[in-house]
Design a protein around this ligand. Sequence first.
Ligand code: PXG
Length: 456
Amino acid sequence: MTTSRETRDYQAADAAHHIHAFVDQKALNDEGPRVMVRGDRLHLWDNDGRRYLDGMSGLWCTNLGYGRKDLNAAASRQLEQLPYYNMFFHTTHPQVIELSELLFSLLPGHYSHAIYTNSGSEANEVLIRTVRRYWQVLGKPEKKIMIGRWNGYHGSTLAATALGGMKFMHEMGGMIPDIAHIDEPYFFAHEGNLTPAEFGLRAAQQLEAKILELGADKVAGFIAEPFQGAGGMIFPPESYWPEIQRICRQYDVLLCADEVIGGFGRTGEWFAHEYFGFEPDTLSIAKGLTSGYIPMGGLILSKKMADVLVEQGGVFAHGLTYSGHPVAAAVAIANLKALRDEGVVTRVKDDIGPYLQQCLREVFGNHPLVGDIQGTGMVAALQLAEDKATRKRFANENDIAWRCRTIGFEEGVIIRSTLGRMIMAPALIASREEIDELVGKTLKAVDRTAQEYGRL
Ligand code: PXG
């Protein structure tokens, strides 16, 4: 399907009026963005009729793939019946109530309450205020510093940018007081001779050192993605999370997991912290909550925190016009029911996830451009490397990875490049044929890149 308008006509209008995300707008205007017009399962079509296999679930969000009629019907029904109402005037509506019931039936039992937002960035904005409020109510208002990780990503609003560890974003007006960072647990990049287990412990112990440096009486919480997404799909060694949890418990620091990417089945568990086996106090969610069909996010609180805020906290002056929006809630309900009732998450764990991981290891295990393969379930990264044995990375790894991603588009596959890593996170409903297409086209892109850089 194409539209009645010429692509170059769209591009000119876009260039005239639209500032895109994370891009040199002038350069993009010269190049002209692809105009995407249709999606079905894992495939996308642009306005010139070109077909792409979407290896990234949009932006890590279309967990059910494109073209779901049930999600469409849920939105249409709700738009007819009650397109909007709010949570401010001592009111509520069935959709948000039923969404909460469903969500907490899928979450481990020690979580009890949600604050709904429209996005992951907002979930993390709310997180900072909620965590600080929690300590205020407990009579410890000086506990307000949040510790995040370098290269972590928690969104692009002001406080979410500060919580994240992208220095180039901090430098563009993106820092606030009372935020600190520790290193990410990026084993492949470490230059010593530690084993992964030793490295994981060392990386976690940076948190202890930072808490002691700042004073445990000043630190409110530690936030991290269970596996780091936008910062390169970094999986920590197994020793990492148990040690982080020990440190948070020992110093009375809240453990906050950003599940915006990892949540809703990506790893084969409902939430990524379940895969890594730790128990956060809060979960930030978005993306897969609605499979990206409509914006919605939220902050999940443990019962321990909610009890303090609800029973002792009085008024918490916080809320968004669209908190718990009925249309978004209706879509989220349809999405969660499909993920549950069609066995999508279970299949990621038992069938299609292992299939993707096995194919990648077979195809890229000895590839001259690839030094390491990480991932589980429906998320994976190929680490580009000059020398696998010594973990030597290319000096120009960003350029190589970006080139590989561009060739991918030419070959009809969308994969993401970040910091010398090629990332994929396909829709959870992928068939084996769709995975074969993803891996086959990715191989063409990686091979062509290797040829261009003299490695093949
Ligand atoms: N937390 C995490 C872990 C995320 O990945 C956000 C919060 C912010 O969510 P919103 O809905 O405000 O965008 C994200 C967003 C990438 C990429 O290139 C990743 C995200 C957004 C844009 C690009 O990998 N994740």
